[in-house]
Design a protein around this ligand. Sequence first.
Ligand SMILES: Cc1cc2nc3c(=O)[nH]c(=O)nc-3n(C[C@H](O)[C@H](O)[C@H](O)COP(=O)(O)O)c2cc1C
Length: 217
Amino acid sequence: MSIIKKLKTRRTYKVIGDLRAPVSRSSLDKTSADVLLNASANAPFHYTCDRSHKSGLSSSVPWRVHKLQAGDCNKLKDFLIASGDMTKVPNMLSAAEFLFQVTWLPDEDTIINRDAGKNEQAFMGTLRNMEHIAAASAFIQSLLLVAEEKKFMTYWSSGGVLKSAQVFEVLDIPLNQLLLGSIFLFSKDIEHAEVKQGAMKDARGEVDDWSKWCEIS
Ligand SMILES: Cc1cc2nc3c(=O)[nH]c(=O)nc-3n(C[C@H](O)[C@H](O)[C@H](O)COP(=O)(O)O)c2cc1C
């Protein structure tokens, strides 16, 4: 498929599993996920991440990915249910082949409320931080496209409860990283699940609705 067609046909699919009817998943291996991530990491990036982020995973890119296979998605689902979570996140975890918690890496000393707990954190809108987010977003968009090419349904979620301090702790995500997206990959063959599309899928308008040529006289 041409890249133009791929871009035009990529869509969000939220797969809401039925917790009473667990689906068998194909237990896709870690290597098949790493192939997608490795390709996506060719996304452009402008600034290296702050040195403070390199003590764990050592790359200079301004994003990190915490990866869960289906079995760990199930364990996280059980943890959330036991914590009283009433959202659809456990249902989606029960259906996911993979969950990728993609964070971006703010520069040191630009996190506001660092000690207030994950749910209260904010960050300074510096130009460097803006470009870190831009690069991490380019990474995610690439990931959605390669995952679709490999026949997954994909969903970029803001995270909801997956942004919480408890989930960061369970997944051992450093608190100086900020969640940019919880990326769900679902198999197209899934049964016993409701599939919802993105609310904004038809809200883009045409090219003349959001772009104009600049003609200098
Ligand atoms: C940064 C970001 C966060 C998103 N978070 C959510 C979310 O929390 N819940 C949701 O239903 N969709 C979320 N989406 C997906 C959008 O709903 C979806 O992209 C939009 O409706 C357009 O649909 P399409 O992707 O199928 O074109 C998010 C998308 C982006 C880029």
